[in-house]
Design a protein around this ligand. Structure first.
Ligand SMILES: [Zn+2]
Length: 326
């Protein structure tokens, strides 16, 4: 492939999809057109191939090996959560980071903070990362900006700049640690990383099952922002949740993490999910496992009871007790 007339270098910590979107903008084509020209589907940024790195090397003049080292997450694959992780690094944009970069005359980019697909907030500002569906990359002078309409750059209006609650942030860092092969830390039903990963693997599915009143995850919808739509998984014999999770839109991911946090929190440790800047659809008090079991159809509870045989005991036992009570 021919070298591009202008190819900005990736920023420190930039995600692959973000860099490609900026390459496109700097050469006056849309991101979709650019991916088509490269000969790949955009989803490949989750599992970037050697051929993709070779093409990017041809057009940017940066060595393929150096691109591969920069954009490929190194994650040990010891448990289900780790194995399900994409190798590519995909990030969301932090409105506050964007605001600061814009103020300082620098390009917007999405951060590789999402080395784990479970990362939904900026590690610096703890703000919710914004997925870039619906945003374009706009060339403003010599810098690129994410914008929803010409001149309306992300971060300018302070939209979406909310922080999740303390328990969600704690679950997010626990998941990031588990993905890296470390212990999730204290305050959960288990502090063993493999057991924790196995629990998440089981729970992520059920949190996204649709009962008569929606999913357990949607209980944590931030209604101030109009909710997150109706994503759900049809209950089946085989769990599929973790694979589905990595492709969820950012707000549904955050709801799912809130649900996981509520279910995995050590019941002896009081904090419940909640945030000063978010307003949930349900005022969440009481036992989360009881709420989840009550929210499901009886046939789903039957399936759940069968599934519990494969679950770690620390989470299977309270679920079993609750289903028998229901
Ligand atoms: Zn930030």
């Amino acid at each position: 492939m021919v070298p591009l007339p202008y190819a900005p270098r990736p920023e420190q910590g930039e995600a692959l999809a973000s860099w490609i979107a900026r390459l496109a903008a700097c050469n006056y084509v849309s991101t979709d057109e650019f991916w088509t020209w490269l000969g790949f589907e955009p989803e490949i940024d989750l599992m970037p191939s050697r051929i993709l790195f070779r093409r990017l090397s041809d057009i940017s003049g940066i060595q393929a090996l150096s691109l591969s080292a920069r954009f490929t997450a190194k994650i040990p694959k010891e448990n289900a959560v780790q194995r399900s992780m994409p190798t590519g690094v995909r990030g969301g944009a932090c409105p506050q980071c964007c605001y600061i970069r814009h103020r300082d005359g620098l390009s917007h980019f999405t951060h590789e903070a999402a080395i784990s697909s479970f990362r939904v907030t900026c590690p610096v500002h703890k703000r919710r990362l914004v997925a870039l569906e619906g945003y374009g990359v706009e060339l403003a002078g010599s810098v690129t900006r994410f914008s929803q309409r010409p001149g309306g750059a992300l971060g300018e209006l302070g939209r979406y700049a909310s922080s999740p609650g303390r328990l969600e942030l704690k679950m997010e860092s626990a998941l990031s640690r588990v993905v890296r092969g470390q212990s999730p830390g204290g305050g959960w039903r288990t502090n063993d990383r493999n057991v924790f990963a196995a629990c998440v693997d089981c729970l992520v599915d059920v949190v996204l099952w649709r009962g008569p009143e929606g999913t357990f995850a949607s209980t944590f919808d931030d209604t101030k922002r109009g909710g997150t739509g109706t994503f759900y998984i049809t209950p089946s014999r085989e769990p599929v949740g973790v694979e589905v999770f990595q492709r969820l839109p950012a707000p549904t991911k955050l709801n799912t993490i809130s649900g996981l946090a509520a279910l995995m929190a050590d019941p002896k440790v009081p904090p419940r999910p909640g945030s000063r800047t978010m307003r949930f659809r349900v005022d969440f008090r009481g036992d989360p496992i009881a709420s989840l079991v009550r929210s499901l159809h009886w046939s789903q509870n039957d399936l759940l009871l069968q599934r519990l045989q494969d679950w770690p005991e620390c989470i299977a036992a309270p679920f079993r007790a609750e289903i028998c009570r229901a």
